[in-house]
Structures are given as C-alpha cells and as structure tokens.
Write a protein that binds this ligand. Sequence first.
Ligand code: NAP
Length: 249
Amino acid sequence: MTTPRPVCLITGASAGIGAACAALAAERGYDLLLTYRSDMAGAEAVKARAEAVGARVVLVQADVAEPDAIDRIYATLDAEFGCIDALINNAGAIDTIARLTDMDHARLTRIFAVNVIGAMLVAKGAVQRMEAQGDGGNIVNISSAAARLGSGGQFVDYAATKGAIDTFTKGLSDEVAPNGIRVNAVRPGIIETDIHGKAGAAERVDTLGPMTPMRRSGSAQEVATSVLYLMSDDASYITGAFLDVSGGR
Ligand code: NAP
C-alpha cells in the first residue's frame, strides 16, 4: 500500500515566489492545489513542471479579494483531494509607487482586501479543515521585509498590509498551536520576480539589490527553500516565527 502524498494549497502560484514554492513542494512529495488570478498560461506551466516530478496538481482561478472565490478554492480542494496538510499563503499585490497623500480609499481598500482579508480568509479555510482532520498542519504566510521597513515614500499601504500579516501570524499561531498546527511567516526582501514591474518599478531589483548587506537581490528559489523548511519536520518546534529572507536588509 502506498502512503498518500500530503496536500499543499498555494495561492498566487502562477508566477514568482508561489511558482517556485510549487516546484519545490512537488519535488518534496506534495500534491498541489494551485491558485492564480489572471495568468492562466503561467499557472499551466507551473502545473506541468510539478506533474513532471510526480505531483497531482489542480488549478483554480481565484481573486482572493473575492470571498466567493475563496469558497471556490475550498470546494475544489474538498472535491479533488478531501484534505489539506499545508497552506502557503502567498498571493499578494502591490500598487504603484506613491506617497500616502496620493493614495485614495479605493486603492487602500483593494490592497487590504487582497493582502490581509484575503490571506486571513484563506487561512481560515485551512484551519477549519486541519482542525477537523485532527492531524495538525502547516501554514506559511508570505509577509515582507516591508513590514519592518515601512516603505515610506514608496508603498506605505503595502507595508502596512504586511505588518498586519505579521501580527496575524503571531496571533493565529498561538490560537492553533494546541491543535498541532504551526503558523510561521517568511519575510522576503528584494526578490527577482515580476512584482516590481507590476508596481511600475522593474529597476528596483537592480538598484536596491546591491544596497543590501549581501549586495545582491534574492531569487524566488531562495524564498521557496525557506518556506519548505518551515513546513518540514526539521522545523517541528517552530511556530509564530518570522524568517527574514532578505540578504540582511
Ligand atoms: P508576482 O510574481 O507578482 O506573483 C504574484 C502572484 O500572486 C501571482 O500568481 C498572481 O496571480 C497572484 N495574485 C496577485 N493578486 C492576486 C489576487 N488578488 N488574488 C489572487 N492571486 C493574486 O509576485 P511575487 O514577488 O512572487 O510575490 C509573492 C508574494 O511575495 C506576495 O505576497 C508579495 O507581497 C511577497 N513579497 C515579494 C517580494 C519580492 O521582492 N518579490 C518581497 C517581499 C514580499 P496572477 O499573476 O495570475 O494574476
């Protein structure tokens, strides 16, 4: 009899850090439910790569700012896999560089809906299922070094959402630790993904990377290895922790 592969849900897995986590999780033996918002081709490529190393992969299109979309993620997970062992709460967005005085209500509402409320509702669905299963579980929230740095003059809204994720990580980890569910966060620094271009500042990687103590930007793969470490048994006594993957920044 073969042991069933553990199941990992990764939000925002069509590109960047989520895609790197999907590839590594597949190599480490997970089956995957991967979500994407708009980049179906990217998601299909990530799926094919994970399947090539033996993972079963199901894709769901979902904007995590929409509660109905989160319900759809979990309806698919329940129908296709019937269990969840790990969640990589990764989907996140950033707006263009601006000062607070140029940010309106719509912008702030949108970024908090995606990065905070969406992440909390996705975590809620995972906790409900992990507690019902009674066998523990792992949640890794993708925060940001911006939570510590504040991103003044650039994206104080984005930084504030990641500060909220850090507080949420600590609170939720305390709440569910007695049930064997570990909740940790990774705080990436300047990582080579398309998120900077989406903010209209693709040059950030080249300009800010060399200014870090390690004098370079990081790769999505370097973030993924830290995420998978926190999910592994090597991190069995770690919960409510924040792992900075930021070259010392
Ligand atoms: P990315 O390359 O832009 O990828 C973002 C992923 O999130 C994509 O799969 C995207 O889907 C998805 N996404 C965006 N908005 C979404 C929404 N409303 N609902 C559902 N999915 C959504 O960005 P990344 O750099 O990999 O970022 C991943 C995480 O790392 C984010 O939480 C980000 O804040 C964090 N982070 C990144 C850095 C960095 O330097 N790269 C640093 C610190 C923290 P589609 O493309 O399909 O729309």
